[in-house]
Design a binder for this molecule. Structure first.
Ligand SMILES: [Zn+2]
Length: 248
């Protein structure tokens, strides 16, 4: 079998792309590889997209997405019927309400991460997004109720301030000079990655990141801290949920 070319990740350049056209480059059982895709395959704590491929007017729902090396596989749901053939043109349709919610949540987590570091000097040790909430773990000794209220207020203040979010590539050597990126451990990225994708919430947070984000922080809507949990002496978990709009 000849080696497949990397799938072009359209979501890296345009996170607002909900529909796209592509060509089938490989089919393995019920999984389809395309030359390009706007489906986010999951990773970095962000859940994979949902949606369907459209082939000759037929709607083929996806069961899941999978990234193997640089190839993104679109696995068809059982009810989708036969997969398309190699060479066929298809359209992709992203489940936009789900994805947009993930984008808002992902940006909210970066706000949380940037603000907790700036205000308390605490680093993130992990994080995960779910359909209706998200969690993030911090190297902190504790979250008092006053601290939690303060953190929630500072995130919501940054939402109100509508900070723009910029996405760009930096050469690895250049990225290695930026303190904010060093703190998020970009040195742990595989050495063959020479161009680093940066997500910058202007004035708040700067990270190497492969996920999808909103264009400015106002789109987050707002956040509420729904739970905190002690996961160890220097490991505290915070769970947040989105709110659609803040009281002014
Ligand atoms: Zn991220």
């Amino acid at each position: 079998m000849t080696e497949l070319a990397a799938t072009t990740p359209l979501y890296h350049d345009d996170s607002y792309l909900r529909q796209f056209d592509a060509q089938v480059v490989a089919v393995a059982e019920r999984a389809v590889a395309l030359d390009r895709t706007a489906f986010y395959p999951g990773g970095g704590g962000q859940m994979a997209d949902h949606g369907a491929l459209i082939v000759d007017g037929r709607r083929l729902p996806l069961a899941r997405l999978r990234k193997e090396g640089e190839i993104i596989w679109h696995e068809l749901a059982p009810e989708a019927g036969d997969p398309p053939a190699v060479g066929q043109r298809v359209a992709g349709e992203i489940d936009w309400p789900f994805r947009y919610h993930m984008m808002r949540t992902h940006t909210a987590l970066h706000l949380l991460c940037g603000l907790i570091f700036t205000n308390y000097g605490a680093q993130v040790t992990g994080g995960q997004m779910y359909p209706d909430h998200a969690r993030m773990d911090f190297a902190m000794e504790g979250f008092s109720p006053a601290l939690v209220a303060d953190i929630e207020a500072s995130v919501n203040q940054a939402v109100r301030e509508r900070h723009p979010i910029k996405v760009y590539q930096l050469p690895r050597a250049e990225a290695m000079q930026i303190p904010d990126l060093i703190r998020t451990k970009i040195n742990l990225l595989p050495p063959d990655i020479q161009q680093i994708r940066i997500v910058e919430i202007v004035g708040v947070d700067l990270q190497a990141d492969g996920g999808t984000h909103v264009r400015q922080t106002g789109e987050v809507g707002g956040v509420r801290v729904i739970k905190t949990e002690n996961k160890g002496k220097l490991n505290k978990r915070m769970e947040i949920a989105l709110v659609d709009e803040l009281e002014q």
